[in-house]
Write a protein that binds this ligand. Structure first.
Ligand code: NAD
Ligand code: MN
Length: 364
């Protein structure tokens, strides 16, 4: 098989530190499985690059990226460069140009992790599918009468039939593929919100094509409470851009926080590369100290491997993370240990290597 081409964008701060650990994982896969070969290119497009060149990426940056099968992103953000520049000149153009309209975030309580927000008997394992291209985060709107007592601001929400249909289909297909029984739609159509009435209609229409999967509709306020009260009852949660943004952070807090939260920006048609990145930023407060937890980056790598068609290898990566968490010997400070980024990454890649060796001996 042809090697998969992967663009690596380490970024700033702890980005390159956690990316190094993700690269160890890709190396193990490559060494142990002849049918999963990758060609990796590291692209140094970060704040340093901006300070030298006056731009976040080369003029033909997007054209360069379009040649890849996937993009693995670290994190971006540096106090010497305003945040709007790092975000709007690097991350956003990639998401938009490559039509990554699905933002997928797993919410899963990994073996070995406890948080005060859920009962240890609960088995939490669901995904949030967030619409990533339209919705509440639109350019439509503005401010009037600025600086006067009559000042007002208008923000328009754009919900389209096509956009909603595509995200709902993705959610139902995902449920089917992962043997999920239920799709939960986040809405607020009981209030005078026209956009969510259309959302509900379209989601219900798509649901008819999936009689094997139940559609549950919850108002966003109640759903936020259910996330805390009965997180073990969800399979796939589909939400608009704003609702999905908020639910994602709640979901991440439920099962362990930023150091453990991966995400995928997906172009389902595979017409363009998809991008995989931890939810966290460049964490300048701990950059250079070896304290960064590499699990979010490693798990994002697993999502990438899954997207590239190797769900089996993705599962092995997540299992290896859980092995190391359960043993609890080399945890980073955010997990209550005093291990380093490097030690935790090493432990996970060693486990992965052991698991793959064992599988190949058993002829699996
Ligand atoms: P942050 O996620 O970088 O950090 C928030 C807190 O979580 C900090 O205390 C940090 O130390 C901790 N933390 C984050 N990741 C961690 C990890 N892997 N292990 C252990 N602790 C971790 O968010 P912030 O401080 O608000 O932002 C810092 C910079 O990152 C800003 O410039 C911001 O714009 C940028 N940012 C970028 C992205 C992205 O690249 N997609 C996302 C969020 C923030
Ligand atoms: Mn957010």
């Amino acid at each position: 098989m042809k090697p998969m081409k992967i663009a690596i964008l380490p970024g700033d701060g702890i980005g390159p530190e956690v990316m190094n650990e993700a690269l160890k994982i890709l190396r193990v896969l490559q060494d142990q499985d002849v049918s999963f070969q990758t060609t990796i290119n590291i692209l140094p497009w970060n704040s340093e690059y901006y300070l030298e060149n006056g731009r976040m990426m080369p003029e033909n940056g997007l054209a360069i990226l379009s040649d890849y099968d996937a993009i693995l992103f670290g994190a971006i953000g540096d106090e010497r460069v305003p945040d709007p520049i790092t975000i709007w000149e690097l991350i956003m153009p990639i998401r938009k140009k490559f039509k990554q309209y699905v933002n997928l975030r797993p919410v899963k309580n990994l073996n070995g992790i406890q948080t005060p927000l859920f009962n240890q008997d609960q088995h939490i394992d669901f995904v949030i599918i967030r619409e990533n291209a339209e919705g509440e985060y639109s350019n439509s709107g503005g401010r009037l009468y600025e600086g006067t007592q009559d000042e007002l601001a208008v923000q328009n929400t754009i919900i389209t039939r096509k956009g909603t249909e595509k995200i709902a289909k993705y959610a139902f297909e995902y449920a089917r593929k992962t043997a999920g029984r239920k799709v939960t739609s986040a809405t607020k159509s009981n209030a005078v919100i026209h956009s969510m009435k259309l959302w509900d209609e379209v989601v219900a229409g798509v649901a008819k094509e999936y009689p094997d999967i139940q559609l549950e509709k919850n108002y966003i306020d109640a759903l936020s409470a259910y996330f805390v009260q009965r997180p073990d009852t969800f399979d796939v949660v589909v939400a608009s851009n704003l609702f999905g943004d908020i639910l994602s952070d709640l979901g991440s807090a439920l099962v362990g926080g930023l150091g453990l939260s991966p995400s995928a920006n997906i172009n389902p048609e595979k017409e363009y590369p998809s991008m995989f990145e931890p939810v966290h930023g460049s964490a300048p407060n701990i950059a250079g100290t070896g304290k960064a937890n590499p699990i979010a980056q490693i798990w994002s790598t697993a999502l990438m491997v899954e997207h590239l068609g190797r769900e089996d290898l993705a599962t092995l990566i997540v299992n290896s993370i859980e092995d190391v968490l359960s043993e609890g010997e080399v945890l980073t400070p955010d997990l209550g240990g005093n291990g380093s980024t490097f030690q935790l990454g090493d432990a996970i890649s060693n486990k992965l290597s052991e698991r793959m060796e064992k599988n190949s001996e058993e002829g699996l």
